[in-house]
Design a protein around this ligand. Structure first.
Ligand SMILES: Cc1ncc(COP(=O)(O)O)c(C=O)c1O
Length: 490
């Protein structure tokens, strides 16, 4: 007698029968959508980034599960609407789920359009490149499409280095710069934390940001300098702008010394500053630039490096050199290109660049007013368009002496930084989300979608006013009490 069932010819063998492991237990899309906050926290800790969870807990961000998002607002698991003045570090120019972007993507899918076009030319990549060339001033005409700001900046650095040639391998970059976390651009990113102990390139020359004399001295002292890379407005450094006249002087200096200027517009570009590119405020044109973030319409990953034709031709203009630079697997993927094309059209149809300038002026005006009301708390308000930084005083100096010992209980990152406390309170009590800056923990970074209206500014500034009116001592005491309560619970 047989003790195992006889398999009929029609029975398909399972992987286990073939000696292969069986089907792993996988979560479905529906499982992901329905996941509880507790489960999400466990999985984030176990599989993504336990250290990051620590900061999310400190700020109270770990209690939120976003269920949907539309325009200027997120909606969380409790139906609470959260005003987005963070804007994904500048990735949400069109707000969340802009209806025209959703429609363009749905149509593209319904028509069974192709995505991957490595073998063939892509009509979508061609149209996007043409649009970017049309928008970009001067002969910034040659476009490389990628998926992240780091990738676009890698491409920018490479095209400039090749065009500068092997006798001029040195690259000038700025103090407090941020150009991405991949290894090439990490070499010109001025953060000991991010640089860690990685082996980076040693051809960088660091100068203070916005210091034309330091750049002049560097160019004059070292003829091996061939490239200078600068964010037009520093984002991670705390929303820092160069002094008036700097960019015109830089252009002249680069022309004089034959140095190529790469403008990183990954964060400040795409209309955020009140011009499509922030360098357009100065009326000058760099040799190479890069965009990312909002180019993906808030729905996908899309980035572009745009080079002057002459620079591009020097670097990659022959069939022999062309493939060094050809796009990566997902560069110019169909639906991402269509998303970016629709986004660029929306930007002009809805007048978003002018809106960023006008609403940004209003935001600055209201924040300046807060600064004059709370000089002991607000140190500085700065920026342009909808890229604004609000810097707080170092509260470890201004806190009443009696309360100072409390600060000793805090995490190192939070000592002296009021922005975390204010941000946590804005989210908890006023349903407003703001961002912090990587290098200057005392700065709140405001990069709301460019669809932002004056009523949203009022909502945000009124909330901030209510928080600041409580005074530093109460804000700090309250924050620490929340931490202690959280620890006791855990
Ligand atoms: C100025 C700047 N350049 C480059 C990058 C890197 O972009 P990504 O994070 O998409 O790689 C960023 C990201 O914040 C940025 O702000």
């Amino acid at each position: 007698m047989l003790d195992t069932p006889v398999r009929r010819k029609t029975d398909a063998p399972s992987l286990a029968d073939e000696g292969m492991p069986g089907r792993p237990t996988l979560l479905s899309v529906d499982d992901a959508k329905a996941m509880s906050v507790a489960k999400m926290t466990d999985l984030f800790r176990d599989h993504i980034n336990p250290g990051q969870l620590h900061f999310m807990k400190l700020l109270g961000f770990d209690k939120v599960k976003i269920e949907s998002a539309s325009g200027m607002y997120y909606t969380d698991q409790n139906g609470r609407k959260i005003l987005d003045f963070f804007g994904g570090f500048g990735s949400l120019a069109f707000g969340h789920n802009h209806p025209r972007i959703i429609e363009a993507r749905k149509k593209f899918q319904d028509e069974d359009r192709h995505e991957i076009a490595i073998a063939f030319m892509s009509q979508y990549a061609a149209a996007l490149a043409k649009n970017l060339a049309e928008i970009s001033p001067g002969d910034l005409d040659m476009v490389f499409l990628g998926s992240s700001g780091s990738e676009a900046m890698e491409a920018a650095l490479k095209v400039a280095e090749r065009a500068a040639g092997p006798s001029r391998p040195k690259v000038v970059y700025a103090e407090n710069s941020f150009h991405g976390k991949t290894k090439g651009v990490l070499s010109i990113t001025d953060s000991p934390l991010y640089r860690g102990e990685f082996r980076l390139t040693d051809n960088g020359v660091k100068v203070p940001f916005g210091d034309i004399e330091a750049i002049r001295n560097a160019f004059e002292a070292d003829p091996q300098i061939g490239v200078i890379v600068l964010e037009t407005i520093q984002g991670g450094g705390g929303i820092v702008q160069a002094p008036p006249g700097f960019w015109q002087d830089l252009r002249a200096l680069c022309d004089k010394h034959g140095v190529l200027w790469v403008a990183d517009e990954v964060q400040c570009g795409m209309g955020r500053s009140g011009r499509f590119y922030a360098f357009q405020h100065a009326g000058v044109v760099p040799d190479v630039t890069a965009l990312a973030k909002s180019l993906g319409g808030g729905k996908t990953a899309m980035a572009a490096m745009i080079a002057r034709r002459e620079i591009y031709m020097k670097a990659y203009g022959t069939p022999k050199s062309a493939m060094i630079h050809a796009q990566a697997t997902f560069g110019g993927i169909g639906e991402a290109c269509v998303t970016a094309i629709e986004g660029l059209n929306i930007m002009y149809d809805e007048n978003l660049i002018c809106n960023a300038a006008a609403v940004g002026d209003y935001l600055l005006e209201r924040l300046d007013h807060l600064k004059s009301r709370y000089p002991q708390i607000v140190k500085d308000v700065r920026g342009q368009g909808l890229m604004i930084g609000l810097e707080f005083q170092d509260f470890s100096q201004t806190l009443p002496a009696l309360l100072r010992p409390m600060v000793a209980m805090l995490d190192d990152k939070l000592k002296g930084s009021l922005s975390g406390f204010v941000g946590a309170e804005l989210l908890r009590d006023h349903n407003v989300l703001v961002a912090f800056t990587e290098y200057n923990r005392n700065v709140i970074r405001l990069e709301p979608p460019l669809i932002c209206e004056r009523k949203h500014v009022d909502e945000f500034v009124d909330a901030l006013d209510a928080v600041l009116a409580r005074g530093v001592a109460r804000i700090v005491r309250d924050f620490i009490a929340t931490q202690v309560k959280g620890k006791q619970k855990a």
